[in-house]
Design a binder for this molecule. Structure first.
Ligand code: SIN
Length: 296
């Protein structure tokens, strides 16, 4: 028997474990170094764990930005964020999420995630998932919360489910932009080219996960502006009810960051929120965002 060519030899298994959290969503992946080659069998297990638990936490991943990008790309093409001002130098696929200012200038998007949202829901193809990698962490605060939108949908009354199932809603990147800019004047004024990149998108209020077939609520206080076809007052009242329901504590996992954590969540199943960092403490993370499918 002749040996297989080196290029066909599969890397060895990393024999990792998936340990679910004592929380509605989330699991820790123990024993996987994402900077090392991941063979097809391990990748398939990882993919399944992501679909099952919606948030995967990989502790102590001492990876370069390129390794972060390469791992993210195994799940799909990467989004380039409209705020190009906060791209990592030479790595446009990475958005810097940070409250740090250097020479008076912000190095990243300091208020990313201050409202509950699912990444990029304002584009016709919202994100499949995002990967946030800790670079510098505050001694207190800075947690990220994840709310399971399948549980949110499944726990609605059947009357409300029937009412909202056929509805569509508009999502807009600009919905809260000026409000945020008034609070945080370092937020860049958008150019016309940037505004053109984020024309509002219409999405189903309830989406079906394209891989698991499970339904999920898909509206957010950050980006959803109105229910299409409803009078404004009725739309506002329904959205307020759905926003309040969708983030009830029983759907939420709260992530407390540790050095070099990499957290990979599914934007088709979850919304997330940055709980906030005291102004005098420094926080910096790198984010990649995987492009997803048209919601249905
Ligand atoms: C985000 O919304 O992607 C940022 C979340 C965080 O900074 O915790």
């Amino acid at each position: 028997m002749t040996a297989a060519p080196a290029s066909e030899v599969s890397p060895p298994s990393q024999h990792f474990e998936v340990r679910p959290f004592n929380a509605p969503v989330g699991a820790e992946v123990v024993g996987l170094d994402i900077s090392k080659p991941i063979n097809t069998e391990d990748f398939t297990r990882l993919h399944k764990a992501h679909l099952d638990h919606h948030v995967l936490v990989f502790r102590n991943q001492q990876i370069t930005p390129q390794e972060h990008i390469d791992f993210s790309r195994r799940f799909g093409p990467l989004e380039i964020h409209v705020l190009h001002q906060f791209q990592l130098k030479n790595h446009p696929e990475i958005l810097i999420v940070s409250n740090i200012k250097e020479n008076g200038e912000p190095i990243g998007l300091g208020d990313a995630g201050v409202y509950w949202h699912s990444d990029i829901s304002y584009k016709p193809k919202p994100s499949l998932g995002s990967l946030l990698h800790a670079q510098e962490l505050p001694s207190e605060g800075g947690d990220t919360l994840f709310a399971d939108q399948h549980l949110a949908w499944e726990s609605l009354s059947s009357e409300l489910q029937q009412r909202i199932l056929p509805l569509k809603a508009e999502h807009s990147y600009l919905a809260k932009y000026e409000e945020l800019r008034a609070k945080n004047p370092w937020r860049p004024k958008l150019s016309q080219a940037q505004i053109d990149q984020v024309a509002p998108a219409v999405q189903p209020v309830v989406r079906t996960h394209p891989e698991t077939g499970r339904k999920a609520l898909f509206v957010s206080e950050h980006f959803t502006t109105r229910i299409v076809g409803l009078p404004q007052e009725e739309s506002d009242a329904l959205l307020a009810e759905l926003f309040a329901h969708s983030v009830k504590p029983e759907f939420v996992y709260r992530h407390q960051w540790a050095p070099h954590d990499l957290v990979f969540w599914d934007n088709r199943s979850l919304m997330h929120l940055a709980a906030g960092t005291p102004d005098h403490l420094r926080r910096r993370l790198n984010r990649t965002t995987i492009v997803g499918d048209t919601p249905f």
